[in-house]
Design a protein around this ligand. Structure first.
Ligand code: AMP
Length: 324
């Protein structure tokens, strides 16, 4: 196993201007594992209730996701309902029912404990901590969270920061957690708590990737139609950690490449409801969109101009150099 992901496995009710689904397959671990599974052998740790459809389990199994760590418990599956309005920039949570997650204690199968890459996807920070307790220090640990846990479990969440390598949050969450309004200051605040890196996602405006003293900024893939943003962040993070696992420990600066692949996969998630954007992907579509994202940013060396500075002759400060 290369990547282990603990997070929610959910039945979602989602309404957006493009339509509505009920009891759709969702949850942070579902989106993240489908994305990571493109690049790495991936296993899920979580729990479902006795109402979880076999067909949903098969969606994961058919993509090669290992479910040995997915427990079945009596009761109802985690259930989230949310709605998006206007520019679809943020979900409004209508209801969160933890159901079987309220009594869940993760138990990692042996093969999962030795996995080098661990993603603590969005779920109760106490559960994220209990997974960390069961693994000898992995090569790389990524942590995600959301406003619900920042508000309700701030202490346990902050105590996780020194135990992981990198945090992935959206801009609003970075501000909420740090109390800083500027994103660079929010990232500095977070890194001062023991993280080596932070990813701040900005929805359709891309992402900032901080690693030690480096920073990269990358755009999102511009899309004609966004139908359901649910799972974009989880898909980004799953693609990111899966790509890191495939790039391997010897890759120099794997962060922008991993973030670009996460961005590409997330762009497919938001084009369809539930996980449909991810389950119908093939190599050609992933490559084509990666190239489109790469070509968005074209920056050349600074031009070979001369600098006169402000002058009284009414001319500009930069001028083409005189040919001699
Ligand atoms: P995202 O849009 O990437 O932030 O993630 C959306 C997914 O997160 C949905 O499929 C929900 O089932 C799941 N989710 C929503 N609220 C929570 C929560 N409090 N804890 C864990 N997962 C959640």
């Amino acid at each position: 196993m290369d990547v282990v992901i603990v997070g929610s496995v959910a039945l979602d009710d989602v309404r957006t201007p493009a339509g509505e689904v009920k009891n759709a397959l969702g949850g942070s671990a579902v989106y993240a594992s489908l994305a990571a599974g493109f690049f790495a052998r991936t296993g899920v740790v979580g729990v479902v209730g006795d109402d979880f459809p076999e067909a949903y389990r098969q969606v994961l199994v058919s993509r090669g996701i290992r479910l040995d760590g997915l427990e079945s418990a009596p009761g109802r599956t985690f259930h989230w309902s949310g709605t998006y309005e206007g520019d679809l920039s943020g979900a409004r949570t209508l209801d969160t029912q933890l159901n079987v997650f309220a009594r869940f204690t993760p138990k990692l199968p042996d093969a999962f404990r030795r996995a080098p890459y661990l993603f603590l996807a969005n779920i109760d920070p106490d559960l994220q901590a209990s997974v960390l307790d069961q693994v000898p220090r992995p090569r790389f640990t990524l942590l995600d969270t959301m406003n619900y846990w920042i508000q309700n479990k701030r202490g346990p969440l902050l105590s996780l920061l020194p135990r992981v390598d990198m945090l992935v949050v959206n801009d609003a969450e970075a501000r909420q957690l740090s109390g800083e309004s500027q994103l660079l200051q929010a990232a500095a605040w977070l890194k001062a708590r023991g993280l080596r890196g932070v990813v701040i996602k900005k929805g359709e405006h891309g992402a900032l990737v901080f690693w030690e003293d480096r920073l990269w900024s990358l755009p999102a893939v511009p899309l004609e139609e966004v139908r359901d943003p649910t799972g974009a962040g989880d898909t980004f993070a799953g693609g990111f950690i899966g790509a890191l696992a495939l790039l391997g420990r010897d890759a120099a600066d794997p962060w922008p490449m991993a973030a670009s692949l996460g961005t590409v996969l997330a762009s497919f998630t938001v084009e369809a409801f539930s996980v449909q954007g991810l389950t119908r992907l093939d190599e050609g579509r992933i490559r084509e969109r990666y190239t489109r994202l790469r070509d968005l940013t074209v920056m050349h060396e600074f031009p070979d101009w001369g600098w006169t500075g402000p002058t009284s002759d009414g001319g500009p400060s930069f001028r083409k150099k005189e040919r001699t």
